[in-house]
Design a protein around this ligand. Structure first.
Ligand code: C2E
Ligand code: MG
Ligand code: MG
Length: 284
């Protein structure tokens, strides 16, 4: 068992290397096991909620949509970051039921926005590889759109490049089907993965989200600046809309305006908000 844990640690460190067993590894594996077990009951216990972070157009300075972000407040462990529990939900397959719940909630929120006359605002939902690989993914999304009686264009799906690694053809086919439905598609965390231009050209995405790690460095030097400016220009050449993620300061904001970035999501405008505050933000 200890050797097994050492093997997992070696795999996690990027494979093709070795690790000696250490007691901390067992603790780590045990913690994950306990968290995963709690995750199994989180839905029925009503421990999940969604928060919505506004996305602001730099042209109109108005909100154009929201990203739905999952929150887990566990009875036992308190509030746990998605960075920690989403991978566990992926590995255990629980992401399928949790992800479906997220779609249901997000569509309900989109319905409320429409009721307030804000049907032009989209709600973006993050989708992980296991979800897209599921045979029923497209019909699941369609059902939620129909049940909540929203326009498909009110829903946006966010994927990262790693959803494509497993099965490019299958993923592309499903993403095309979503586009047919009228759902829009955005590519999240751009710059952290392969940043493949081939993927970008072949996928039915309309929005590119530049990852926060780049935005963090935008004020560092001319090279970083040029890099971000080039990503924005390239996206525009491809006819894509650009969202900068994790923008925290006015200085970052003014650089992004100068580089003609289309839209911004970050603490500089708003943190992710509970549903009521998000509705308030939309109609204010
Ligand atoms: P993401 O999709 O890239 O979401 C953006 C993350 O950046 C969010 O973290 C958001 O709270 C954070 N953020 C936004 N603006 C700022 C800023 O100005 N400063 C800082 N420091 N952070 C900012 P969060 O909510 O912790 O989510 C982390 C990741 O978990 C998400 O990254 C997404 O990949 C995943 N995730 C969240 N909800 C879901 C979900 O419902 N399903 C799936 N499959 N993944 C999800
Ligand atoms: Mg996202
Ligand atoms: Mg992101």
């Amino acid at each position: 068992k200890n050797a097994d844990n050492a093997m997992y640690a070696a795999k996690a460190a990027g494979r093709n290397c070795w690790r000696f067993y250490e007691a901390a590894m067992l603790k780590d594996a045990y913690e994950k096991l306990v968290l995963t077990n709690n995750l199994r009951h989180a839905l029925e216990r009503g421990e999940f909620s969604l928060q919505y972070q506004p996305q602001i157009s730099l042209v109109s300075e108005k909100v154009i949509g929201f990203e739905a972000l999952l929150r887990w407040n566990s009875q036992e462990h308190g509030s746990i970051s998605p960075a920690k529990f989403i991978p566990l939900a992926e590995q255990s397959g629980l992401i399928l039921t949790i992800g479906e719940w997220v779609f249901g909630e997000a569509c309900r929120f989109a319905r409320k926005l429409a009721n307030f006359g804000q049907h032009h605002l989209h709600v973006a939902v993050n989708v992980s590889p296991r979800q897209l690989a599921d045979a029923d993914f497209v019909s699941m999304v369609r059902n939620h759109i129909e049940e909540s009686n929203i326009q498909p264009a009110q829903l946006e799906v966010e994927i990262t490049e790693n959803v494509l690694i497993e099965s490019l053809d299958d993923s592309t086919r499903k993403l095309e089907a979503l586009k047919e439905l009228g759902v829009t598609l955005s590519l999240d965390d751009f710059g952290t993965g392969y940043s493949s231009l081939t993927y970008l050209r072949n996928l039915p995405v309309i929005t590119l989200k530049i990852d926060k790690t780049f935005i963090d460095k935008i004020l560092e030097d001319k090279v970083q600046e040029g890099f971000i400016r080039s990503i924005i220009d390239m996206a525009h050449v491809l006819g894509l809309h650009v969202v900068a993620e994790g923008v925290e300061s006015e200085q970052q904001l003014s650089k992004l305006k100068q580089f003609e970035c289309d839209c911004v999501q970050g603490y500089v405008f708003s943190r992710p908000l509970p549903e009521l505050s998000a509705l308030d933000f939309a109609v204010r």
